[in-house]
Design a protein around this ligand. Structure first.
Ligand code: ZN
Length: 68
């Protein structure tokens, strides 16, 4: 099978740590919230999920002040 997986929201995807932004590949059947960051121990977010969007917005706002 040749399935193109480029930021596909349906399958694959990534989980990201909201604290240190470490990302791991999302495993099917295993919600990102069940995963904990290895270094921070916090629950991870599914990239592309509403929670992630919310976090991303906050991150961008934070970075916005010191960016450029
Ligand atoms: Zn982390």
């Amino acid at each position: 099978m040749t399935a193109k997986q480029r930021h596909d929201m349906g399958s694959g995807g990534k989980c990201i740590c909201p604290k240190c932004e470490a990302s791991v590949s999302h495993e099917r059947g295993l919600p990102c919230q069940e995963l904990r960051c290895l270094s921070c121990g916090v629950k991870m977010l599914r990239v592309g999920s509403p929670h992630y969007d919310l976090w991303k917005t906050k991150q961008d706002a934070k970075k916005g002040s010191g960016y450029c």
